[in-house]
Design a protein around this ligand. Sequence first.
Ligand code: NDP
Ligand code: 2IT
Length: 476
Amino acid sequence: MRLSLVLNLEKLSFELYKKSTQGSTFMSKRSTNLESFMEGVISHNPGEVEFHQAVREIAADIIPWLQDYPEYMEAQILERMAEPDRVISFRVCWEDDSGNIRVNRGYRIQNNNAIGPYKGGIRFHPSVNQSILKFLAFEQTFKNSLTGLPMGGGKGGANFNPKGKSETEVMRFCQSFMTELYRHIGADVDVPAGDIGVGAREIGYMFGQYKRITNHFTGVLTGKGIEYGGSEMRPEATGYGAAYFLEEMLKTKGESIDGKNVLISGSGNVATFAAEKINHRGGKVLTLSDSAGFIYDKDGIDEEKLKWVMELKNVRRGRISEYADKFSGAEYHADKRPWGVAADLAMPCATQNEILEDDAKTMLSNGIMAVSEGANMPTQIEGIHHFLASKILFAPAKAANAGGVGMSGLEMSQNSERRSWSNEELSKMLRDLMIGIHKNCNDAGIQKDGWCNYMAGSNIAGFKKVADAMMAFGVV
Ligand code: NDP
Ligand code: 2IT
């Protein structure tokens, strides 16, 4: 009798508690309306404009979708994903060749490890700040989920400019950066890789310093050299993957890359391998760029010219303007981006916000059929709106460039199994991975009229797996 009274009182107080919290904590207004949600994000992260942009792009698709999934809304899953698990910021001191002491700021943003260890690249560029790395770590969480592999989302970097630095300066910087970073990472904790300004050379210096400090030879970084635990196909994976995604989108319209004119921006890792795959598929690459301007080669940047560009960028560390001196018929346009050149397909592969609203309008008026984003967040939101409204094939970065981190996930598997797969095996795995990501995004984004909104599809497909894992863990 007394027991049932206690139980009834408990039930009553739970009902009262539920009533009192409805409309406030649980059913927050922030979750039901994009603008009020964004107000919260903006006031919580003042001045972090790139982070606001990345959250808005995802929230615009997720919030309407959540209306059918009140359990995620009540658990405030989107709010929790937009708050990084951890933001680490640290001083990086090093000595330049003239004996001057230099001070940079290093970061690691550990955004979300619901489905696996934090995973994502390291960027060395003077523009690096907390906002840019938070946007990249947030995006990475969704991208990694799309790969289907067990990887959480993270990103790191420093406002260090590798341009014009000697080999030994780059080495000393990488060693100093790792001397702090090593305590925050691990093969089962957080596995960084490359990004802008961080390639095989920098990964080698960082891995060497990690091993020296910890005496552990583990898969703590990906993008390593083949001799010390790296994976075949990792250098090619992002660019090739973005071309495969483009190919899959075109197939849905009975089209192919063969015979198409293609605009590519950037001339680094992603851009050059995207160009290589476009050539393999019979497309003609018209442009490449760097931060100082772009080159336009109406005859096409074929395999041989591309080899020269790779040597220019990776060995001589030169500028893309030199291309126009080397190859007759090519033009160099200083301080401009390639989007004014008429073409069928575009692959922005340099950096964030490189396609502005007017660029998108120009590309559409020139008849662009498809855009596959090799870089992270290269198109401004207004530009995306134009692409979507025109119902062209638009592959957002988190789907199109997921081949890079996907291959990193396979490098992690090879490291923990202490084995390595062949180039042929990994080439097939990359192709299958991109076909699978395309299918999942297409299934989630297909509209009644047959056009696919890959943006919404990738956001929803990426969100769901992370959300379900977070639900399983309760409120943590
Ligand atoms: P790289 O450093 O190899 O190349 C970057 C290229 O972009 C260079 O040509 C560089 O020119 C240009 N660039 C960099 N910053 C700017 C800028 N602010 N304005 C104009 N051009 C710029 O980097 P990646 O190729 O690795 O990365 C390119 C993009 O792809 C980034 O958005 C990155 O986040 C994304 N990405 C990379 C992955 C990878 O596996 N590497 C995976 C997925 C996405 P310059 O030499 O003048 O600086
Ligand atoms: O943006 C990205 O996906 C990357 N820079 C690659 C990350 C990785 O861990 O391979």
